[in-house]
Design a protein around this ligand. Structure first.
Ligand code: SAH
Ligand code: SF4
Length: 388
């Protein structure tokens, strides 16, 4: 069985730069690392700026097209470095503006990335891992088990593909992706270093210039990593709570047995205290019929969250085959929301978008060819580990 997941950050905070055939992949390198890279080639720091503008603003991944660098430098770059972006295997654009990509990663597994436009904003939902070890009982990603962490290049690569899918020549002057949420596959805080590095590039002006309030890391509650995050950056934080009591949350989110609700909410308060501005924690609460959607549970939730500045996102459960859970009625969701509001909370019911392309956030299942086999393999390993 899972050991409720080792959460040491030590082994994870030094991301491996990815290299392909001995060449360093420049995608995903921090600004500082790029400056060092050029310094080793005997080049000035402004080369890092030039390269980032080509790569992130203009979406150019071929050194040959970076025409403000000399021919000799471009040739040298091509000899020692490369720019590898994820390979797109499925690209679906919905009639409501939602876009979804399935991207194949080295090793053969696939991940999904979803773009959801809404009025003036465009939110990109990115994946941080292939599969997930947390194994929440209602999550299709959890059911796949854990395959591996994504590198910073693979995370920023999702942004690169989405941002440059609109045909704009320079995304720094014409922004379609205005917000990023780590709500795709995986538990971002169990892939700390690469998620942090990719987030910094997303926020960097020479990267994608996303505002810190508009970048949200969603976590099932990895408490030591929340504390670390507060020391390292000031992005927005979302907590997948889903239950008002430890008894129920232990079942829905097994990590709760390691970091129970009170411990988790205390970490959220510490996180807010470190921020330079006034912000709220987003609480995600997936509503499941007859599991966590009763009026009593709404009242309990309102009380549990009474002392923390929060806004509550109610997400009607997105069904998937054999999940064992059901979506509550519209009425039950409204009633739940109303109780929270009457207790003084900000609560909204998240509408499902992109249904026609299976792109609803939290439903990142994908029509991936090797999925079934992977699931079977995982189940075998899981059963073996559990001594079944
Ligand atoms: N691992 C992180 C981020 C990815 S999950 C986390 O758990 O926060 C993104 C959100 O989708 C989480 O709030 C998760 O609980 C929710 N989710 C997962 N499966 C879902 C489903 N079938 N229906 C609705 N929401 C779901
Ligand atoms: Fe992992 Fe989040 Fe799914 Fe839980 S809800 S299994 S933490 S991806």
């Amino acid at each position: 069985m899972t050991s409720l997941i080792a959460t040491s950050l030590d082994s994870q905070d030094i991301p491996e730069p990815s290299s392909v055939a001995g060449k360093l992949n420049l995608l995903g390198l921090s600004r500082e690392a790029l400056v060092d890279f050029f310094a080793e080639m005997g080049e000035k720091p402004f080369r890092a700026q030039q390269l980032m503008k080509w790569l992130y603003h203009r979406g150019v991944s071929d050194f040959e097209q970076m025409t403000d660098m000399s021919k000799a430098l471009r040739t040298k770059l091509a000899q020692v470095a490369c720019i590898i972006v994820p390979e797109i295997v499925v690209q679906n654009y919905s009639t409501d503006g939602t876009r979804k990509w399935v991207m194949r990663m080295p090793g053969g597994s696939s991940i999904e990335t979803v773009y959801i436009p809404d009025g003036g904003r465009g939110t990109l939902c990115v994946s941080s891992q292939i599969g997930c070890a947390v194994d929440c009982s209602f999550c299709s990603t959890g059911k796949q088990g854990f395959n591996r962490n994504l590198t910073a290049a693979e995370i920023i690569g999702q942004m690169w593909i989405a941002a440059h899918s609109f045909g704009s020549r320079d995304v720094s002057s014409e922004r379609y992706v205005t917000n990023v949420v780590f709500m795709g596959m995986g538990e971002p805080l169990l892939n700390y270093g690469p998620v942090l590095n990719a987030s910094k590039l997303m926020m960097d002006d020479l990267g994608f210039g996303i505002g810190k309030r508009r970048l949200t890391i969603s976590t099932s509650g990895v408490v030591p990593a929340i504390d670390q995050l507060g020391d390292d950056t000031d992005v927005s934080l979302a907590i997948s709570l889903h239950a008002p009591t430890d008894e129920l949350r232990d079942v829905l989110v097994p990590l709760n047995r390691k970091y129970p609700i009170a411990v988790l909410l205390a970490a959220c308060q510490r996180y807010l205290d470190k921020l330079p501005d006034k912000r709220k924690i987003t609480i995600e609460y997936t509503l499941m019929k007859d599991v966590n959607d009763s009026p009593e549970q709404a009242a309990q939730l309102a009380a549990v969250l009474a002392d923390l500045p929060v806004k509550i996102n109610l997400i009607p459960f997105n069904p998937f085959p054999n999940s064992g859970y059901e979506r509550p009625s519209r009425n039950a969701a409204m009633r739940f929301s109303k109780i929270l509001q009457e207790a003084g909370h900000i609560a909204t019911i998240r509408t499902t978008r992109g249904d026609d392309i299976d792109a609803a956030c939290g439903q990142l299942v994908g029509q991936v060819a090797d999925r079934t086999r992977r699931q079977e393999r995982w189940k075998q390993q899981h059963d073996q580990a559990a001594g079944l």
